[in-house]
Ligand binder design. Structure first.
Ligand SMILES: CC(C)(COP(=O)(O)OP(=O)(O)OC[C@H]1O[C@@H](n2cnc3c(N)ncnc32)[C@H](O)[C@@H]1OP(=O)(O)O)[C@@H](O)C(=O)NCCC(=O)NCCS
Length: 198
């Protein structure tokens, strides 16, 4: 299937992007963001369309998304107002506290990948690599020297892809709290130097 990589999410694909994000990260986020219908409602509202690259088929279907985070915004943020609108006041408050555990840090030198997901039936056909390449170029244009992504240690296939396209593990972070709340303990921080992009 042919596709193109596009900067920014078209407004009519917001719900599809939320579904794609949930299909990739629902297993991790489920304890905190379930039930699914409320999670999808929240994610769709929280998406910042200007902080994502999309893969779109020639029929206009959304095949993949790759979000990014800078000091100016992030693909799926966790603002109290969005959480309250989806879960109510109390439900929003405790979820906000849990999501704060995930951080959402910024770096001076590196642009940070905030979630990459390809439609399950389209995986393995180069879309993920093309999306990351687009992120590398936008990071470079914005003056960053590196692109950083955080990958759960058990996600060995994703890690193999990242290593193949030039990322190296620079450190690892292990936390009991994320194991309790999000079902993963160890995250590998991977970086790609962007100097070769000119
Ligand atoms: C990781 C992911 C974005 C890669 O996208 P993709 O379009 O399949 O990637 P490409 O086609 O460019 O590269 C294929 C490589 O991706 C990796 N990969 C990871 N998970 C994969 C999957 N479920 N199916 C196919 N390839 C996968 C493999 O290294 C594969 O190479 P291989 O065929 O030699 O094993 C995609 O598999 C995905 O959405 N996974 C679920 C969400 C996820 O894990 N996100 C990453 C969080 S850091």
């Amino acid at each position: 299937m042919s596709y193109r990589i596009k900067r920014c999410l078209p407004e009519h694909l917001r719900t599809d992007a939320a579904r794609l994000y949930w299909s990739a990260f629902g297993a991790k986020l489920g304890r905190v963001l379930a039930p699914e219908d409320q999670a999808l409602h929240f994610i769709a509202r929280a998406i910042d369309p200007s902080h994502v690259y999309c893969a779109i088929s020639s029929d206009g279907e959304l095949l993949g998304v790759a979000g990014f985070r800078t000091p100016h915004g992030t693909f799926v943020g966790c603002e109290q107002a969005h959480l309250r609108a989806s879960y109510g006041r109390l439900g929003g408050m405790w979820r906000m506290a849990c999501l704060a555990v995930l951080g959402g840090d910024h770096e001076h030198r590196a642009m940070i990948v905030d979630g990459i997901s390809v439609r399950p039936d389209m995986r393995g056909s180069g879309i993920g690599a093309a999306l990351i390449e687009a992120l590398c170029h936008t990071a470079r244009r914005r003056g960053y020297g590196q692109l950083r992504l955080d990958v759960v240690a058990e996600n060995t296939r994703a890690r193999a892809l990242y290593e193949r396209i030039g990322f190296v593990v620079t450190h690892r972070r292990s936390r009991r709290l994320t194991a309790m709340l999000f079902r993963f303990r160890t995250v590998l921080i991977m970086r790609r130097d962007l100097g070769d992009l000119g």
